[in-house]
Design a protein around this ligand. Structure first.
Ligand code: FES
Ligand code: FES
Length: 151
């Protein structure tokens, strides 16, 4: 039986097992490949998307839990094909090395700034903590979040 998901404002009928993680549906069925598979265990944040405006690990969320909820991915942040304030700040600060973690970082930062538009350094550190960067670009990510907050 198809499960209907609302992703970036559009309805999608998904023909997949109800236990399928959202991340697999995004990447494999809908070609929304911003969210990445890192650990698959809820430990790295590479797969972060928003559900009802809150950041979640999409590798852990079965699609059965998501009918009627509003899902936003990295692709959904674009407005008129232009990057969001946070996306632009990450570009301006060149806050990526390999880039694998960055989609998740951007989603985490968007959620942080939505609830705390002018966070202190400590609030940024705490807010971004669930997301890991194996390349160690944390200083640049911090600058990007601050730049977005100031924009
Ligand atoms: S891939 Fe989801 S938390 Fe690592
Ligand atoms: S830029 Fe490589 S994992 Fe973060």
């Amino acid at each position: 039986m198809a499960i209907t998901l609302t992703i970036n404002g559009e309805s999608h009928a998904i023909d997949a097992d109800a236990s399928t993680p959202l991340l697999y549906v995004l990447r494999d069925d809908l070609a929304l490949r911003g969210a990445k598979f890192g650990c698959g265990l809820g430990q790295c944040g590479a797969c972060t998307v928003h559900v009802d405006n809150r950041p979640v690990f999409s590798c852990l969320l079965p699609i059965a839990a998501l009918e009627g909820r509003s899902i936003t991915t990295l692709e959904g942040l674009l407005k008129d094909e232009k990057p969001s304030k946070v996306q632009q700040a990450f570009i301006d600060e060149q806050a990526a090395q390999c880039g694998y973690c960055i989609a998740g970082m951007v989603m985490r930062a968007e959620a942080l700034l939505a609830t705390s538009p002018h966070p202190s350094d400590e609030e940024i550190r705490r807010g971004m903590r669930p997301n890991l960067c194996r390349c160690g670009t944390h200083a640049a990510i911090m600058r990007a979040v601050k730049r977005a907050a100031a924009a």
